[in-house]
Design a protein around this ligand. Structure first.
Ligand code: NI
Length: 181
């Protein structure tokens, strides 16, 4: 296990669609271990494999004292929504209120290839939605309304890590299950 560097906003790997995991081997388990250790060290509530430069559909979470991981997640979202502060280890220091489904049922696999279901509300649901977005190349600022997204991009430009070329903000082509504004 090793703490790995976290990719920062602007890195193309964060905009790629991650590939489904097909081989549940030792390498995958090493990836889950690295994600877990890097997330705990950061510290963060979740970390997705693309944030370590690995374009695979894997994420870890650490919410309310529970640490876990999920592979090839498939989400069912509640109609009820929540709004609350959200941040991302790939955008250090930025936090914005983000609208999410209040509850989620996430089906997927553990690192041994066994089918698992993770069910959560509030912060865990927010985390699972945020991390699954990463696997589709979506970053939480894509979910903000226009004014807030503008503010976020300004904050990125003014940050000491975001002074590179202007990033392209992708408006999600993915279904938001009716939760888009
Ligand atoms: Ni993130």
């Amino acid at each position: 296990m090793a703490i790995q560097p976290i990719r920062i906003f602007g890195d193309p790997v964060l905009r790629a669609t991650a590939q489904p995991v097909t081989t549940f081997d030792k390498e995958l388990r090493a990836l889950v271990a690295d994600l877990t250790e890097t997330m705990i060290d950061a510290p963060g509530a979740g970390l997705a494999a693309p944030q370590l430069g690995v374009s695979l559909r894997v994420f870890t979470y650490h919410v309310d004292g529970v640490t876990g991981h999920l592979i090839n997640p498939d989400l069912s979202l509640s109609e009820e929504e929540q709004e609350g502060p959200e941040g991302c280890l790939s955008l250090p220091g930025l936090r914005y209120d983000t609208r999410r489904a209040y509850g989620v049922v996430a089906k997927g696999f553990n690192m041994y290839g066994d089918p698992v279901t993770v069910e959560g509300t509030q912060l865990l649901a927010r985390c699972i939605q945020h991390e699954t977005d990463h696997l589709d190349g979506i970053i939480f600022i894509d979910r903000l309304d226009t004014a807030q997204r503008k503010a976020a991009l300004k904050a990125i430009r003014e940050s000491d890590w975001g002074s590179g070329p202007a990033p392209v903000v992708k408006v999600s082509p993915h279904s938001t299950f009716g939760s888009a504004r």
